[in-house]
Design a protein around this ligand. Structure first.
Ligand SMILES: Nc1ncnc2c1ncn2[C@@H]1O[C@H](COP(=O)(O)OP(=O)(O)O)[C@@H](O)[C@H]1O
Ligand SMILES: [Mg+2]
Length: 232
């Protein structure tokens, strides 16, 4: 069972908004994109973080799909793997992870040589890089502020995939540097008070909660889970 789970985590995943843009799920991600755009009428949101209360609730899935729908809308998008505990974006986009965010923040590599195209128009990826012993310290560093500032000059939108907000402080640190946060709630799994605690944790940062994803892939055979893969 554990082996199966690991396999699921590490095998390449399909990004439904790319492989099947006309599906119901893709439509839902476009609605989320619209809601995010409307949440900030005066100025475009340039940086977003996707988080949830606990592991395995669909943060990485949601951030990849959200990045794709913004790219499909003509925005130049950079997805960054900010989950330095369990990075997965390199599996999703079939890319290596020898260099990434951690390498840039520790000055082992430049951003230019680290960012890679995903093969999807308008969408680039900055993977996590080697897992560092001190993720929170790296994410909270001045280098991180400088990096975000630099990347905003290169991209219309930066989207961070992040670890669970209730387990470690990393997500709050990233959120405090982003204009908007999207909370993923797994309706079959996330306890109501956990979801509320996650919301409070986000609101305690400078970031605004601009959207939520209700993921219910573990509900039943007829639910989203089967729809999600069945339509690919
Ligand atoms: N709506 C969904 N339908 C089917 N599988 C899903 C769905 N959302 C997530 N998954 C799968 O569940 C696993 C955990 O999702 P992931 O996005 O990696 O969660 P997190 O980043 O929150 O840990 C992955 O294997 C992913 O492909
Ligand atoms: Mg993840």
């Amino acid at each position: 069972m554990a082996r199966k789970k690991k396999k699921l985590q590490e095998t390449a995943r399909k990004v439904v908004t790319h492989t099947n843009p006309r599906s119901y799920v893709s439509e839902q991600f476009r609605t989320l994109r619209t809601n995010i755009n409307f949440s900030s009428p005066d100025a475009d949101i340039r940086s977003l973080v996707i988080t949830s209360a606990a592991p395995g609730e669909g943060k990485s899935t949601a951030s990849a799909n959200l990045a794709v729908v913004f790219a499909q809308d003509g925005k130049k998008v950079l997805l960054i793997d900010g989950d330095m505990r369990k990075p997965t974006t390199h599996y999703t986009f079939h890319l290596g992870n020898t260099k990434g965010l951690s390498s840039v923040l520790t000055r082992q590599a430049t951003v230019e040589e680290t960012i890679r195209p995903t093969g999807i128009e308008n969408l680039d990826l900055l993977t996590c890089g080697p897992i560092p012993p001190n993720p929170a310290e790296l994410l909270g560093s001045k280098s991180m502020d400088a990096l975000i500032g630099h990347l905003k000059g290169l991209y219309d939108l930066i989207i961070f995939d992040a670890p669970p907000v209730l387990s470690v402080t990393d997500s709050q640190i990233i959120a405090s540097k982003c204009e908007g946060t999207v909370l993923v709630v797994n309706s079959g799994e996330t306890e109501k008070d956990m979801a509320l605690k996650a919301k409070e944790a986000i609101e305690s940062t400078n970031s605004r909660l601009v959207g939520a994803v209700l993921n219910n892939f573990k509900l039943s055979k007829d639910s989203y889970y089967y729809q999600y893969y069945g339509e690919n």
